[in-house]
Write a protein that binds this ligand. Structure first.
Ligand SMILES: Nc1ncnc2c1ncn2[C@@H]1O[C@H](COP(=O)(O)OP(=O)(O)O)[C@@H](O)[C@H]1O
Ligand SMILES: N[C@@H](CC(=O)OP(=O)(O)O)C(=O)O
Length: 467
């Protein structure tokens, strides 16, 4: 297949050191050499985002020495990579990396002085990971003989709302990205965009949520009307389960946008849950490809699902670190206003609800949330609902989901899942089926989640040996 324009995303693993960056650059360069225009979108070097989050917390809690130690480690890592990629000590890349670390140090010092880390300052700090890796990718592309130019998310035209930590693109982003990048492309320059980040109308830096570089890449893909967006990964593609848990998980050849969103939402770390949304209107396909095996087709994500005969379920996935919040009180919950006040309280806190179930007697509502959100969910409910209601947290839970368009209208799918769980002696705490019939999810005790994943994967014949 011949392409005119591709957007290529490289994640943290594919940017982790000079060797990985050089290899990633070579994957982009081989398309550019055969006449394809390529926009490269990069993540921070593996581990850097977590390091930035950690050092920001250290500064807030008054430990500026620990924060500065981390910054020094990061600086060395980026300098080493630049040097190994051929940058001279007085080169523009080295100077840029030095200046960026200095700005980072000042921002972190501000947090330390104020002992305050707002979502806005956290985004400013955490986006340095991508701003620092982009010049390294530019350098590697130039070493490979290409002309390259790196841009921050904002410089590339990504304009977002001011929902720091989880920002969404504004409608005029697409026009702006096209304006900013088209000129470079027609001049034969390969743009390198720092992923994960954008900026507000007022120029404040925002981030798009963890794993957000996938989202940046698809925003750019839609803006430019790319032929495809390629997300290069350290796995063959989207697999039937997390390969770290299920050794015989298999690559899935084709998935629909809807299926991939469900998978990502229910914990498959391989793609950002919103990544396909910019592609949906335009029908641009996304390909998840293996950087280690570039000729392998990987997973094609497109508008239409492809139903696999005899395989109503395509993948099993899990969200860990979940808590169930039980709201109970005889006779009180049946009143619609009380139910409304429960959801109002949750909405005000902007908590993501993973599952909701209500007992038919209406005296109990169970809400599954990430454990990190449990404290504020409890506080919001206790403050926002009638005193007669009891609000309790059950920690140590995981949500397991099966996903596949083929289960629509198929009988016996849930039964197969519950039999597999019962055979493993796994107790089911909550059950939910999406109205789209693309998934069935259950809450189980966290200690059982790996055994449950393996058993359900096997029950649907998804493993290499059983497929
Ligand atoms: N269903 C799945 N298919 C493929 N990978 C998965 C799946 N579930 C979880 N993963 C994990 O996602 C990882 C890739 O995602 P991530 O590390 O965010 O990629 P990158 O940073 O390269 O964009 C894999 O290493 C794999 O362990
Ligand atoms: N660096 C960001 C954004 C990202 O997408 O990273 P990765 O592609 O390595 O998952 C994060 O860790 O969340």
């Amino acid at each position: 297949m011949s392409y005119d324009l591709l957007v290529m995303k490289f994640g943290g693993t594919n940017m982790q050191d000079s060797r990985a960056i050089r290899h990633s650059a070579s994957l982009a360069a081989r398309s550019v050499r055969v006449g394809v225009k390529v926009v490269v979108v990069v993540s921070a070097m593996a581990g850097v985002t977590n390091q930035l989050l950690k050092l920001a917390d250290a500064a807030q809690s008054g430990d500026i020495a620990a924060a500065n130690d981390e910054i020094a480690l990061m600086r060395t890592r980026h300098f080493t990579a630049a040097q190994e990629l051929g940058a001279a000590p007085d080169s523009i890349t080295v100077r840029e990396i030095r200046e960026m670390h200095e700005t980072l140090r000042q921002a972190v010092y501000g947090v330390y002085l104020l002992r305050e880390l707002t979502p806005r300052s956290r985004d400013l700090i955490v986006a340095f990971g991508e701003r620092l890796s982009a010049p390294l990718m530019s350098l590697a592309l130039e070493q490979d003989g290409l002309r390259a130019h790196h841009l921050s998310g904002g410089e590339a035209g990504i304009l977002t709302d001011s929902h720091f930590g989880n920002a969404k693109p504004m409608p005029n982003t697409y026009e702006r990205v096209k304006d900013r990048l088209s000129g470079l492309l027609s001049a034969g320059v390969t743009p390198v965009v720092a992923g994960f980040m954008g900026e507000t109308e007022k120029g404040a830096i925002t981030t798009l949520g963890r794993g957000g570089t996938d989202f940046s890449a698809t925003i750019v893909g839609k803006a430019l009307g790319a032929d495809e967006v390629w997300a290069w990964k350290d796995v063959d593609g989207v697999m039937s389960a997390d390969p770290r848990v299920v050794k015989d998980a298999q690559n899935i050849e084709v998935l629909s946008y809807g299926e991939v969103m469900e998978l990502a939402y229910f914990g498959a770390k391989v793609l950002h849950p919103l990544a396909v949304t910019p592609l949906q209107e335009s029908g641009i396909p996304l390909r998840v490809k293996s950087a280690a095996d570039p000729d392998f087709p990987g997973t094609l994500v497109q508008a239409q699902p492809r139903d696999e005969d005899g395989h109503p379920v395509k993948a099993v996935t899990a969200i860990r670190n979940v808590s169930i919040i039980n709201v109970s009180g005889a006779g009180v919950l049946g009143i619609p206003e009380v139910i409304a006040s429960v959801f109002d309280a949750i909405a005000r806190e902007n908590v993501t609800l993973l599952m909701v179930s209500q007992s038919s007697s209406m005296s109990n509502v169970s809400l599954a949330v990430q454990t990190v959100d449990a404290e504020r969910t409890l506080a919001a409910l206790r403050a926002g609902v009638s005193l007669e209601l009891k609000v309790e947290e059950q920690p140590g839970v995981a949500v397991l989901a099966i996903v596949g368009s083929g289960m629509r209208g198929q009988k016996g799918v849930s039964a197969r899942m519950f039999t597999a769980l019962a055979d493993q002696d796994v107790n089911v705490l909550m059950i939910s089926q999406g109205s789209s019939e693309l998934n069935v999810s259950v809450a189980v005790e966290a200690a059982h989640v790996d055994a449950a994943t393996l058993a359900v994967h096997r029950a649907f014949g998804l493993g290499a040996a059983t497929a």
